[in-house]
Design a protein around this ligand. Structure first.
Ligand code: ADP
Length: 224
């Protein structure tokens, strides 16, 4: 298989909405992608867009070995709805010693089973998207990403209350527990924020801090 010796090759199992988007994006970024799905119609549909699409049952170790799955360093199991198939396919990849296996889970219980059999990363696309949209809906945030339980970054319009003077004069860290990481003028590009950076109304800023502090900062002075 073409994956041999290619460090950047990624094996993607399942061409549903998540798996196909992942495979297409990886390929667009220049990675070598081999996608596997057991559904004949889906394989046909994607074979025009993805370079390597294979129709196969990923729960069979024999089939996956023949495909050369053991030669990949990274694989993603993007089967969510069929928990049994997801767990079996993940187990096959782990047994074949794929170094880094990522699997999509639909529920927390599904994720726990995957963790118990030794998967390296569990991804919860629906849960993560739901959380993110909740933050966007309730606040003044234009974008929000929780990197860890204790750390998030967000994009918002520069609140008027902190415009017109150098960031070091705003005491944002002590008052709100957040840091301005970057800023962008209308039509410009994001640049790193520094102590002397002066924001103007209309600028966009990226802030970082604890998720609740990011939220309260945006809620308290975001509209001012
Ligand atoms: P999404 O919610 O992202 O659309 P799904 O869980 O609905 O994802 O899609 C899973 C995909 O995985 C489907 O295209 C399905 O054909 C494929 N799939 C399910 N079981 C297997 C299997 N044993 N081997 C290979 N592909 C499978």
């Amino acid at each position: 298989m073409a994956s041999r010796h290619r460090e950047d090759a990624v094996l993607v199992i399942g061409l549903g909405r998540f798996g196909s988007t992942l495979a297409e994006t990886l390929q667009g970024l220049g990675h070598h992608v081999v996608a596997v799905d057991s559904n004949h119609d889906l394989v046909q549909r994607w074979s025009g867009k993805l370079t390597h699409v294979v129709e196969a049952d990923a729960t069979s170790e024999e089939v996956m070995r023949q495909l050369g799955a053991h030669e990949f360093r990274q694989a993603v199991v993007a089967i969510g709805t069929g928990i049994e198939a997801s767990v079996l396919a993940t187990g096959v990849l782990l047994d074949l010693s794929v170094a880094e296996v990522w699997s999509k889970a639909i529920t927390r219980e599904h994720g726990r089973i995957l963790e118990r059999i030794g998967v390296n990363h569990v991804v919860y696309p629906e849960r993560d998207a739901g959380e993110r949209v909740a933050h966007l809906l309730t606040g003044r945030l234009i974008d929000f990403l929780e990197l860890d339980d204790n750390y998030a970054i967000a994009k918002l319009r520069a609140p008027r209350a902190i415009c017109g003077r150098a960031l070091e004069k705003t005491a944002l860290r002590s008052r709100y527990g957040i840091t301005i990481v970057g800023a962008k003028k209308p039509g410009g590009e994001f640049t790193h924020a520094e102590a002397g950076t002066v924001l103007d109304v209309g600028d966009l800023v990226v802030i970082a801090g604890r998720p609740d502090r990011v939220e309260s900062f945006a809620a308290e002075i975001g509209g001012s």
